[in-house]
Unconditional design. Structure first.
Ligand SMILES: Nc1ncnc2c1ncn2[C@@H]1O[C@H](COP(=O)(O)OP(=O)(O)OP(=O)(O)O)[C@@H](O)[C@H]1O
Ligand SMILES: Nc1ccn([C@H]2C[C@H](O)[C@@H](COP(=O)(O)O)O2)c(=O)n1
Length: 229
């Protein structure tokens, strides 16, 4: 019995989708409303990318990156209503993790099959009572194929770039909208075209196009997929 089978009675809601579609925001809010645990799987890939940068590793050296994946400790600290803090090898790396540089490094590393295999059990370990909301690219297809509820969030690339632009501007980071759009499209293309666990909706996922929808509306649409509580 693998670790996915051993927890299969615990409900899981998977929320996959491309960069900036709102997976993290919606998953956190839905998990809070349900009182369920939350897994930000992208943070694990980002953490390995950031740790690889700290160690000056070459992103074209898969063996070194696989060793780095095994060596990287990642912890989540939920201090309040905002994003949980992400602790990488004992250091609060939350802000560094959210940069587009870390996203691009994570996307490159995520194409290495052995890296994905090394992170599988760590992700499945988040499946704890009373339930889990898991966001990423392959939550519904590979990590939790038996999930009770599966969502695939999308939005137009232009709207996703504008959301990211606003998010970064609010944090005081100066960015260029066209550059962001190019980065988002490049990351989506790499995530969707890799050989292992590419970004794609599970066959049984409900697709929600969030273009023009506000955060609260998306949260309600997702919650409406679950049985009334
Ligand atoms: N429906 C929405 N309407 C408007 N803004 C949204 C919506 N959903 C998310 N946002 C905003 O868009 C930004 C990006 O959202 P978020 O980080 O949740 O996306 P993501 O899909 O997790 O991205 P990534 O995969 O790159 O981590 C945030 O500032 C968030 O507040
Ligand atoms: N389940 C996952 C989660 C993330 N990745 C990779 C691909 C993404 O571009 C990158 C960063 O993820 P984000 O924080 O933007 O959700 O990590 C993946 O391959 N599989």
């Amino acid at each position: 019995m693998n670790s996915a089978d051993s927890h299969s009675s615990i409900p899981v809601l998977t929320i996959d989708g491309p960069s900036g579609s709102g997976k993290g925001t919606i998953s956190r809010l839905v998990a809070q409303r349900l009182g369920w645990h939350y897994l930000d799987s992208g943070a694990l890939y980002r953490a390995v990318g950031v740790a690889a940068g700290w160690a000056d590793l070459d992103l074209a050296d898969p063996a070194a990156l696989v060793r780095c994946t095994f060596d990287t400790q990642v912890g989540f600290r939920d201090d309040g209503p905002g994003e949980p803090r992400v602790i990488v090898n004992g250091v609060d790396a939350t802000n560094e993790l959210r940069t587009e540089t870390a996203g691009a490094a994570a996307s490159a590393i995520a194409a290495i099959p052995e890296v994905r295999a090394a992170l599988k059990d760590r992700q499945r370990a988040f499946r704890q009572p009373p339930g889990l909301v898991a966001d990423g690219r392959d939550m519904g297809t590979v990590i939790f194929p038996d999930a009770s509820f599966k969502v695939f969030l999308t939005a137009s690339a232009e709207e996703r770039a504008e959301r990211r632009y606003k998010q970064l501007k609010d944090k005081g980071v100066s960015v260029n909208l066209d550059g962001l759009l190019r980065e988002i499209l490049a990351r989506d293309a790499r995530d969707a075209s890799r050989a292992v666990a590419p970004l794609r909706p599970a066959e049984d996922a409900v697709r929600i196009d969030t273009t023009g929808l506000g955060i609260d509306e998306v949260v309600e649409r997702v919650l409406a997929l679950l049985p009334a509580r």
